[in-house]
Structure formats: structure tokens, C-alpha cells
Design a protein around this ligand. Structure first.
Ligand SMILES: Nc1nc2c(ncn2[C@@H]2O[C@H](COP(=O)(O)OP(=O)(O)OP(=O)(O)O)[C@@H](O)[C@H]2O)c(=O)[nH]1
Length: 444
């Protein structure tokens, strides 16, 4: 190097904090200033003779070669950004200014390390994207997928898992678990790791090379996996919500900086989850009856429209059962409103137990329930269900200190296509049939 440049020039270049490099027409480094060691991890001597493009991150190579061609064609570049792979394997983000010297047949370039700024930029973008995802996604599983993608852009995440506290707050339930390596044994480790992060209430970095400080259960689970893991608690202003776990890619070892970054982002993740849960809760409340948690009148009509359209399209059958409790008012009057509530909940539960999960049971009024039976083979099938419900409701309901309570119900049935060509006709038919049944004297 000293032969190529007068000593003062090389000395001045070595005083600069940015890296000064010179590359010949074949793309080899012929000069690298002292600052290169801090930026690239290689000493100037180690850099000399290396092929520039081999040090560039593979994803940035095509762009870098195109920019180099342009510079050598006589177009200096003041702002070129790319990433190099440092000697320790990590990436460094660089901002280059470069020009071609015809006289020396060299590309002269100065590189500034902008890794910290890039990381801050990426973190801000991730925070924004997570908050956007809370609005843009339909439900929690979709939100988790988005968050996985966003965090995967910041940190390696071969496995990404979100565990949420159950309602009692004493168990973790994995609401999202995406794993490139298959479900086991990593998911066992994810479980043990998640519990440990939850117990500690702070981040945990698991490095297979340094398991000694970990509790026994975690150590033995981690012994099955050669990968590095990172776990952080998800916490909102209202308290702990769950944990977020990442597993490193291949040999990648997470650093303390990765841990701090994930912890920083985790607040936004927790807020997004909480917001999504709140939306889901509001939607549920708008569509369900608070007491029995059955679909309410509005959701019933939606479901009926959908089921009706499907039956029409598939030329299938559908039955509607209108159920009205008899003399329910007396229950309230004689036993009190609380007992009335209890009875309604029990009735809801018993009706649901008589039908398939794909059928709909809704509460559309005080003591009025309705059932949509889909894919019924024949009207007889609906009559069997009707008898089943009669029987189920005829069993007295036990009241803690007041003995038991019996209730009867009037049930009206309407079949599609027999009793109506649209939902209105069907509803009317079922309602009339129910009133006709109520008007009949009770069997002695
Ligand atoms: N406990 C309780 N009672 C309710 C609720 N919603 C409505 N009710 C009561 O349910 C009763 C319904 O009365 P009606 O429609 O006259 O029905 P019924 O007494 O069963 O009369 P029939 O249907 O003619 O046999 C009223 O007393 C309402 O106050 C509720 O959520 N909880």
C-alpha cells in the first residue's frame, strides 16, 4: 500500500473514522484504511487482495455490481447503501460515496457504518407495521401471522410462538406456533421456555452453549435442541398477557441487543393483541345474548339467511324449530329473577346438547329460542330433534337451596322447502306452529 500512495495520504486516510477503500478494475481491494477493521472486522492487511463482491451480503450483490459498473462508467455515486458480511458473520449496513479514478484505474470509496440508524429505522417501521396489523387483520391468528412476518424481518425466527395466559392466568396456552422444524421436540421446549419466561416476568435468552444457569426442566428440554431461543413477556398496562418466543435460524446465536430489541417491540405486540381481543369481544357482545351466550336475534337472522341460501343452492333441506317456554313468567314471580336466569341458561345448554355443532341455537327473546337444523335428510329428522328437546327440557332443573324446578316448552317446526319459499314464510310457519302447540291442552 505504501508503494501505491505517498505516505501522508495513507496516514490521513487512517485518521478518518469512516473506511477508505480502493478497488481495482478487477474488483479487488488494493487499499483499506485502519477504520476498516472496526467496520468490516478485517484488518487492512486482511482486506487487501480480497474480492470486494465476496464480502457483500448475497442479496445485495447484483445491485452492488450494477452500481460499481455505473461508477466505473464515469458516474460518481454519493449515496449507495448495501450490506457487507463482517468477519464474525454479522451484517453491517454501509453508506458509500465512490468515484472512479481514470488516472489510477481505481475505484475510490468511503464507507460509513449506518447499522445503528438502519436498525432504529427498521424498529420504527416494525412498530408501525404491528400497530397497523392490529387494524388490518381479521382475527388473532391472522394478526399473529403478520407479527411473525414483521418480527422475522428484524430478527431470525425459524420458530415463532405466542403463548397467552388462560382466563385464570395460571397456564399458558399457545395461540400461535409456527415452526420450520416440525412440532417436536421444539414445541416441548417452547412450552417449558414459555413457562419460565412467564414465571420470571422478564426476557430470557437460551443459548445451547451456555445452559448452566437455567433451571433443570429447561436445561433438559433445551438439551434436545441445538438452537438459540429468545423469550419475552407480553405485558400491557393492565398486566401480563402472555409470552413471545423466537427460535434462531441454524447456528445463529441471539445477542443481548436482539433481546432488548424484542423486548422493545413486545409492548406494541401486546397492545395489538389486546386491541384485537377487545374488538373480538365487542363483536361477540353485539352478536350474542349476554345471559346464555347464544347467538342473538341479529346473528340468528344472518345465520338463517346463509343457511337458507346454501339449502337453495344445494337443493337441500333445512328445518326451523321455534321454542317458547310455557309459563316462564311464573318462575320469575315465584322463585325470583335469579332462578329464572339460571333456568334460561340451563335450557340453552340442554337445547345445544340436542343438536349438532354445525346447527344454530339462538335466543331471540326473553324465553324464546330458535334452532336452525341444516342438512336434514327428511322432516322426520327435525321431529326427532324436537322430541329430544322436549325430553331434555322435561328433566327438572336442580336449584341449590330450593329443590328443583320443572318447565315445559312449546315447539313449532317449519321445513324448507315444504313450508315456505323464503325465510319470512318459514319463520311465520314455525311461529304459528309454536302458538298452535301452546294452545293445545297439556297432556294429562
Ligand atoms: N329471569 C329472566 N326472565 C326474563 C328474561 N327475559 C325475559 N324474561 C321474562 O320472561 C317472561 C316471559 O313471559 P311471557 O312471554 O308471558 O311467557 P310465559 O310466562 O312463558 O307465557 P307463555 O309463553 O304464554 O306460557 C317475562 O316475565 C319476562 O320478564 C331474562 O333474561 N331473565
Amino acid at each position: 500500500m505504501d508503494n501505491l500512495f505517498p505516505a501522508p495520504v495513507a496516514n490521513f486516510a487512517d485518521l478518518l473514522l469512516d473506511a477508505v477503500c480502493m478497488v481495482d478494475a478487477s474488483g479487488q481491494f488494493v487499499f483499506a484504511s485502519v477504520a476498516c477493521e472496526r467496520i468490516f472486522g478485517y484488518t487492512p492487511e486482511e482486506m487487501q487482495g480480497r474480492v470486494m463482491i465476496d464480502m457483500v451480503a448475497p442479496e445485495d450483490r447484483a445491485r452492488t455490481l450494477a452500481a460499481a459498473d455505473d461508477i466505473m462508467g464515469g458516474h460518481p455515486n454519493l449515496h449507495f447503501e448495501n450490506r457487507y458480511v463482517r468477519k464474525d458473520g454479522t451484517l453491517v449496513h454501509l453508506l458509500w460515496s465512490a468515484r472512479w479514478s481514470d488516472q489510477h484505474q481505481l475505484r475510490v470509496a468511503v464507507a460509513r457504518d449506518i447499522t445503528a440508524a438502519k436498525r432504529a429505522e427498521a424498529t420504527q417501521a416494525a412498530l408501525y407495521a404491528i400497530s397497523e396489523a392490529a387494524h388490518a387483520t381479521e382475527d388473532l391468528p391472522q394478526l399473529f401471522q403478520h407479527i411473525h412476518q414483521i418480527i422475522g424481518g428484524l430478527l431470525p425466527a425459524a420458530c415463532f410462538a405466542v403463548g397467552l395466559h388462560d382466563e385464570c392466568g395460571d397456564q399458558l396456552r399457545f395461540a400461535y406456533h409456527a415452526d420450520q422444524h416440525g412440532p417436536l421436540p421444539q414445541s416441548l421446549l417452547a412450552h417449558v421456555m414459555g413457562e419460565e419466561v412467564r414465571r420470571l416476568g422478564r426476557p430470557l435468552l437460551l443459548d445451547p452453549a451456555d445452559l448452566a444457569p437455567l433451571p433443570e426442566a429447561l436445561r433438559s428440554a433445551a438439551g434436545l435442541s441445538p438452537h438459540c431461543w429468545l423469550g419475552v413477556p407480553l405485558t400491557t398496562s393492565q398486566g401480563p398477557l402472555g409470552v413471545l418466543l423466537l427460535q434462531g435460524q441454524g447456528e445463529h446465536a441471539y445477542t443481548d441487543r436482539d433481546r432488548d430489541l424484542l423486548l422493545f417491540v413486545s409492548t406494541q405486540v401486546a397492545t395489538a393483541i389486546q386491541r384485537k381481543r377487545m374488538h373480538a369481544q365487542l363483536r361477540f357482545m353485539a352478536q350474542h345474548d349476554e345471559l346464555t351466550r347464544l347467538p342473538n336475534r341479529r346473528l340468528f337472522h344472518d345465520r338463517l339467511d346463509t343457511a337458507f341460501a346454501r339449502a337453495q343452492r344445494q337443493q337441500g333441506r333445512l328445518s326451523l324449530l321455534f321454542i317458547d317456554l310455557d309459563k316462564f313468567k311464573l318462575v320469575n314471580d315465584e322463585y325470583g329473577h335469579d332462578c329464572g336466569d339460571l333456568l334460561l341458561k340451563e335450557v340453552a345448554w340442554r337445547i345445544q346438547a340436542c343438536v349438532r355443532e354445525s346447527d344454530t341455537v339462538a335466543r331471540i327473546g326473553g324465553d324464546e329460542f330458535v334452532v336452525i337444523l341444516e342438512n336434514v335428510g327428511s322432516p322426520d329428522h327435525a321431529l326427532v330433534v324436537k322430541d329430544k328437546i322436549h325430553q331434555a327440557l322435561s328433566v327438572p332443573v336442580a336449584l341449590a337451596e330450593r329443590g328443583s324446578l320443572s318447565i315445559e316448552a312449546s315447539i313449532g317446526v317449519a321445513h324448507y322447502p315444504d313450508h315456505g319459499a323464503d325465510t319470512l314464510q318459514l319463520l311465520r310457519h314455525a311461529d304459528n306452529a309454536m302458538y298452535a302447540s301452546k294452545a293445545q291442552p297439556a297432556p294429562v
